[in-house]
Design a protein around this ligand. Structure first.
Ligand code: KIV
Length: 272
């Protein structure tokens, strides 16, 4: 059981709502594979996001756009096999829900069936509201994602903070209200001013989960290779690094190479 976690029951979307009502902050991290998800779950995380950021940190793509439904199912299924307690939320990838509601529902059902995850996350506001409602009607919990939505990076043209201008902030507030009223169980707010995120959090019934959205949200999410210091050359202001695994892994691999080259590994105790 992890730090400051006393409740060992499986986290559900219902529990997510309770946590907001009780003023208990929600912890969320991404994971994409069995081994990491098992560690993260045992450490006491409340929710694991199988993010389409797998496209960047697992596959080395520049954006999340190449991610497919098949790849998301592969990653989510690997995570689900390792997890006992955390709520597992899987991203719907670019192209899987933007065409029309029927296609969105079909892809949502497929991801739920084949991955075994607990809920889905979708980027966008009013533009995708009809599809979100249809997916909710199918019995699938949806977490919304507003602010910097990486699947629209080609439209934005920059990863800079969103909704600094009043018109975009007003739209974000309206979108959040519509998604909350539709029945989303959470809203991710990415890279928006802290004050705006706090206002959204106070306005909506469902919990908000921030990344680069300040401390006024109901919870926080980070991309795990970033917060563990595995990735390099990515240092946005919102990112706190909790370890320097890049150095630790580099040292360990270097040591192994040396031991193999010198004949030190394996020794007699490590042989049959
Ligand atoms: O894909 C992802 O990792 C995400 C987080 C950045 C919220 O959507």
């Amino acid at each position: 059981m992890g730090y400051l976690v006393s409740d060992n029951r499986k986290v559900t979307t219902h529990r997510f709502m309770e946590m907001k009502q009780n003023g208990e902050k929600i912890s969320m991290l991404t994971s994409y594979d069995y081994t990491m998800a098992g560690i993260v779950d045992k450490a006491g995380i409340d929710a694991i996001l199988v993010g389409d950021s797998a496209s960047n940190v697992m596959a080395g793509n520049a954006t999340t756009l190449p991610m497919t439904v098949d790849y998301m199912i592969y990653h989510a299924r690997s995570v689900v096999r390792a997890v006992n307690r955390a709520l597992v939320v899987c991203d719907m990838p670019f192209g899987s829900y933007q065409v029309n509601a029927a296609e969105g529902v079909a892809n949502a059902i497929r991801i739920m069936k084949e991955s075994g995850c607990d809920a889905l996350k979708m980027e966008g506001g009013e533009e995708i509201l009809d599809t979100v409602k249809r997916i909710l009607d199918a019995g699938i919990p949806v977490m919304a994602h507003l602010g910097l939505t990486p699947q629209s990076i080609n439209k934005f043209g920059t990863y800079a903070v969103r909704a600094k201008e009043q018109a975009e902030a007003d739209k974000l507030m309206r979108d959040a209200q519509l998604l909350d009223e539709a029945g989303c169980f959470g809203i991710t707010l990415e890279k928006v001013p802290a004050q705006l995120a706090t206002e959204v959090t106070k306005m909506v019934k469902c919990p908000t989960i921030g990344i680069g959205a300040g401390n006024g949200t109901d919870g926080q999410v980070l991309v795990i290779p970033d917060m563990l210091g595995m990735t390099q050359g990515f240092s946005p202001r919102f990112l706190r690094r909790y370890a320097d695994l890049n150095t630790i892994i580099t040292d360990a691999v270097g040591h192994y190479v040396e031991d193999v080259k010198t004949g030190d590994f394996p020794n007699a105790n490590e042989s049959y």
